[in-house]
Design a protein around this ligand. Sequence first.
Ligand SMILES: Nc1ncnc2c1ncn2[C@@H]1O[C@H](COP(=O)(O)OP(=O)(O)OP(=O)(O)O)[C@@H](O)[C@H]1O
Ligand SMILES: [Mg+2]
Length: 365
Amino acid sequence: MARVLLQSLTKRFTDVLAVDAVDLEVQDKELLVLVGPSGCGKSTLLRMIAGLEDATSGQITIGGRLVNRVASKDRNIAMVFQNYALYPHMNVYRNMAFSLQMRKVPREECDRRVRITAQILGIEDLLLRRPAQLSGGQRQRVALGRAIVRDPEVFLLDEPLSNLDARLRVTMRSELVKLHRHLRATMIYVTHDQVEAMTMGDRLVVMRDGRIQQVDTPRVVYETPANRFVGEFIGSPPMNILEGQIVQLQTGWEFVVGRLHIQLANEFQEACQQRVNQPVHLGIRPEDLHLSKPGDSAPTEVRLSCEVSVVQLLGSDSLVELDCQGTAVMARVDARRACRMGEMIDVSFSVERLHLFDAATGQRL
Ligand SMILES: Nc1ncnc2c1ncn2[C@@H]1O[C@H](COP(=O)(O)OP(=O)(O)OP(=O)(O)O)[C@@H](O)[C@H]1O
Ligand SMILES: [Mg+2]
C-alpha cells in the first residue's frame, strides 16, 4: 500500500512561499496529475515528497509512515526528471542497473529486472548503446526504465515529456498511462500542460501560487471549475470570461455587459439575489457556443446576434472570434461550418453551460 498523505505541507525559500499549507491525499495506485503555471510550486512539492528538499513545516506520510526525517533513498520512491540525467559514459543496460548495483541487489536479480523492464518499454535492442546514441524518446524510456527497475512504491514524474516533440509526447502520454496500469503503482505526474493533465490523470490537482485550487477528476474540473483561474487554465482555447453585472428584472435576472444582455436561469437564483447590481464574471467555453443562421432555436438556448471578426482554421475545428454586441468572444466550431469575416451570424448556447464567478474572489457561484 502506498498512499501518500500531505498535511499542511509548506516550503518557504528566503523570500518566496513556494508551497503554502498543502493538504492532499494521493490514493494507493492512483495516477495523480499536478498541473499549474510555471512557478506555482509543482516541482518543490514533488521534491519534498522525494526527500530532495526539506519541508519548512507540515507532514509527509508514505504508506502509513511519516517520512519527514527519512532519507530520500529510504523512502521507496523513484523520481524521473525533465532532463533525464542519464550517465553519459554508461550504456543503457548499466544506466538501468546502476541503482540496483548500488543497493547490492544480486547480479541475477538485477539482470532479470533490467531485461523485464527493457521489454516493457520496448528498448531491448538498445541495451548496449550509450545515451548519446539514442533519440529523445528513447532516452526518455531509459530514464523511466531506471525508475521502474527499482520497483518503487511511488513514482514521482516531473515534466518527463517536455523535451519531446509534440507527436512523440502524444505517443508517450498514452504509453505512460498503459505503463501505470501495468505497474499498479502510485504515480504523481507534474506538468504545466493542461491537455496532458486532462488526458492522463485519474484525478487532477490544479495549483496556483503554492496553493491547491481544486482536486477532482478531469471531467469535474472541466465542467465545474472551482474558480475563474481553474476555468481559464483548464480547456483550450481558454474559457471566455465576460466581466459584467447582475441586473434584476421583473421576471428574473440578467447578466449585462455593455450592450449584451443574457437572461440567467433559475439555477443561478441564489447567486443573483445576493449580487443585484454588483459585478460578476461570467464564463462560457468556446466549445459550448454554437453558430447558426438567423432562424429558430431550442427554448433552453440563448441566442445572440454577432459579427464574425476572425476565423482560424485548425483542421477539424475552426476558432471563430465574434463581436457580440461590442463584446469579443471565441467560439470553437466544426470547420465544415463555413463562415466569413464580417458575416452576421447567430450564436447560441445553453444556459446550463454558463459559469458564474465572484468578481472579487473568483470563486464559483
Ligand atoms: N532553491 C530555491 N530557492 C529560492 N526559490 C526557489 C527555489 N526553488 C524554487 N524556488 C521558487 O519557488 C517557486 C516555485 O518553484 P517550482 O520550481 O516549484 O515551480 P514549478 O511549478 O515547478 O514551475 P515550472 O513549471 O516552471 O517548473 C518559484 O517562485 C521559484 O522561483
Ligand atoms: Mg518545475
